[in-house]
Structures are given as C-alpha cells and as structure tokens.
Ligand binder design. Structure first.
Ligand code: PMP
Ligand code: GLN
Length: 393
C-alpha cells in the first residue's frame, strides 16, 4: 500500500502526517499545467536590482563563498544586517554574537522552534498563519494555539483579549507575523505594545517574522524588539527574498541576544550548517543600498496593490485592502461563492488565474472558508490581464 511498509505502519511520522504538499507547490503546479496567470505563490516575476545580481556573480567568480562559509554567516552580511537594524529601527545588535544568517526565513522559523520548544510547549500563532509555522511547531513537538484575526471594518484585526486568554501555564512562545501574510494586516504600535506587555508579564519568548518589513503602505513597521522588555526575549526574523526580490536565493536572518542566537544556531547547524555563500555577499551589498531603493520598491508595490485591489473589487470580490505585504485577501461571498478551496481549484479553468484559498492557513478552517488570496508582486501588464479575465468571469 502506498506510504506503508509491510508492517503497515505509515511512513510519514505522526508529527507530519497532517501536512501534505504545500498549497504553494500545488497551486504553482496548477498554474503551469493550465497556463493560467499565477497570482498564487508569492514570488515576483521580475528579479531584484541588477547591481545585486551582479554582486552575486562577482562573488561567485572571485571565489567568495564557494566553499562552506562560516556557520553564523559571512561577517560582511552579519555586519550589514546589524547596520540595517540600527539605521532603520535604532536597534543595536553585535554582528558577531547577535546575528545569524539562515537558509531563508523558513529555516530561521524552523530552527527557532526546534531550538526553543520542549515537546508539549504551547505556541500561540495568529490565524490565518503562514503554513510553515504549523509544520515547524509540529516538528518541534509543540502544540499550536491559534488566535484568529477576524474581519472588522475592511481589515483583519487581532482581539487582544482573546490573545491574553490564550496564554496558559504551558505557553512558551508567541509566534508573530507583521506585516501579516495572508491578510495584509500591519499590527499597530498600540497592539504591539499590548503584546509586549503580555509577553513580559507572562514571561514568554517571542519569534517575530518581519519578512515584509519594507512593504508597509499604510501605517508603519515597528519591530517588536523595540518595545520595553522585548529585546531580551525576542527573535526577529528577516529575509532577502521579499525585500530584494530574490526569493530563490534563500537568504534569511535572525537578530536576537547572544543566548537566543546561540540556541537557534544549535538547531540551524544541524539543519543546513550554512547557507548559500556567494549570495550572502550579494545580500550584504543589497542591505547597504540607499533609501531610494527601498522607497521605490515600496511605491512600485503600492501602485500594484491599488491596481489589483480596484480590479478585484470591480470583478465583484469583497476586498480587504492590505496595509502591508504583497497579498490581497478577498471575500468570495459577494460572488455567490462560499468555498475558497473549490473556487481556487476551478479558477484556472474559469478565468485563467491562480489564487490561494486562505482556509489552508487556519486550524478553524470554517473561519477561512470564504477567503482567497491574490499576490500582486507581478508586472503591471500581468496584473491588468488578470483583472480583465476576472472581470469577464
Ligand atoms: N514568512 C512569511 C510570512 C512568508 O510569507 C514567507 C515566504 N513568502 C516566509 C516566511 C519564508 O521566507 P523565505 O523564502 O525567506 O524562506
Ligand atoms: N511565502 C510565499 C507565499 O506566501 C510562498 C513561499 C513558499 O512557497 N514556501 O506565497
């Protein structure tokens, strides 16, 4: 029988049994198969800055990073990450002891959870949550406790009382994400202050996934580590994939205290040991790009957000205008639909467009059933064509 040995024990262990193929792989395969426009998986259809690409080529040719780089990451990149946190947020991290380079944010998340959790520890995550969170918690033997963001006046909001009520004697860690994928919610300074107070009061660790830090359109990105009492208990995660449009390079990072970085590194060294050498040198240069790069990147995505959000509204979707990220979450009920899964599976055939059903990001699947996510990190012409097709549907 498939997936079984002769002892009829399932091959995939019970920690991972509930996780099949990720929705991103499934939907991107569907896009290739049907030739539909892929607004599902979040990756740009244009590469990042030419000079950064060239920096990678140069590093490769000069033999920098072609052999195992240092476990924590090359010094140039660790220094650039520390300088970025200082310049943008006034957060001082020692590049030698408080920065760790990882194979994308995905490894940073997994290594943090594997390092910091004991089996049975509870982890609170905002639902809908990025799909690797559930798998990462499961691999570490933790128990996930979702706190649901609910639609309120055009955006998905966190209920702070619900968050407080979710903390128990077994809660070890809060796994946050702001700007938030898939809803586009950016937690406000007041919300973050309340979360910080709770973390201090209940002595919780926090892993905060801030990979969309440079994609905030309304409001501001405030790293959780800047709040009182948080620097010593927070693991902050960033990624070059999102900020520089090189998702295939898989260069991410962690900033935290020496003790936390040491713990996360203990797990990371046995997952990958090190991450892609030459790309690290290129990302170091990317982080030092002038502010004009970051501003232009945000403005470009802002125009694309507005284009897609308006188009989806004209096509009849309920639209939650994202304050950040490069995703728009929509409500399909105004179209007379209720099942996002069925809708997304049929959409390539019906309209030649691929999207992601938000239900996959929920434990309470019914809460996410009518919501569907579209990515707008695509060329303007591609978005215009997608909108045209959806309006004609
Ligand atoms: N966190 C969030 C919220 C994401 O959306 C993604 C990927 N899109 C990641 C982490 C993973 O980032 P990386 O590709 O750097 O592993
Ligand atoms: N983070 C991207 C998204 O949310 C996809 C990354 C992946 O495929 N693992 O669409």
């Amino acid at each position: 029988m498939a997936g079984m040995t002769s002892s009829s024990r399932p091959l995939l262990n019970r920690r991972l049994a509930e996780f099949g193929t990720t929705i991103f792989a499934e939907m991107s395969a569907l896009a290739v198969q049907t030739g539909a426009i892929n607004l599902g998986q979040g990756f740009p259809d244009t590469d990042g800055p030419e000079e950064v690409r060239e920096a990678a080529v140069r590093a490769l040719r000069d033999g920098r990073g072609n052999q195992y780089p240092p476990g924590p990451g090359v010094p140039e990149l660790r220094t650039a990450i520390a300088a970025h946190q200082q310049r943008r947020y006034g957060l001082a991290y020692d590049p030698d002891t408080e920065v760790l380079v990882t194979a994308g944010a995905t490894e940073a998340i997994a290594a943090s959870l594997l390092a910091l959790l004991e089996p049975g520890d509870e982890v609170i995550a905002l639902e809908p949550y990025y799909d690797s969170y559930a798998a990462g918690i499961a691999m570490a033997g933790g128990t996930r406790v979702p706190v649901t963001l609910r639609p309120h006046e055009g955006s998905f909001r966190l209920d702070l009382d619900e968050l407080r009520a979710a903390v128990t004697g077994r809660t070890r860690l809060l796994l946050l994400n702001t700007p938030h994928n898939p809803t586009g919610t950016v937690l406000t300074r007041a919300e973050l202050a309340a979360i910080a107070e709770l973390a201090v009061e209940r002595d919780l660790l926090v892993v905060t996934d801030e990979v969309y830090e440079h994609l905030v359109f309304d409001g501001e990105h405030v790293p959780l580590a800047t709040f009182p009492g948080m620097r010593e208990r927070t693991v902050t995660i960033g990624s070059a994939g999102k900020t520089f449009s090189f998702t295939g390079w898989k260069v991410g990072w962690v900033t935290a205290t020496p003790a936390l970085v040491t713990a996360v590194r203990s797990a990371k060294q046995f997952l990958t040991y090190v991450s892609a050498g030459p790309f690290q040198y290129a990302v170091a240069e990317a982080l030092a790009l002038p502010d004009t790069y970051f501003t232009a990147f945000r403005e470009d995505m802002l125009a694309k957000r507005d284009l897609l959000a308006a188009g989806l509204a004209e096509a009849g979707f309920g639209v939650f205008r994202p304050a950040g990220t490069y995703f728009v979450t929509t409500d399909i009920r105004p179209l007379g639909e209720t099942d996002g899964f069925a809708f997304c599976r049929a959409l390539p055939e019906r309209a030649g467009v691929v999207a992601i059903p938000n239900a996959v990001f929920y434990d309470h699947r019914e809460e996410g059933a009518p919501f569907v996510r579209f990515a707008f990190c695509k060329q303007t012409g591609v978005l215009e064509e997608a909108v045209k097709r959806l309006r004609a549907m």
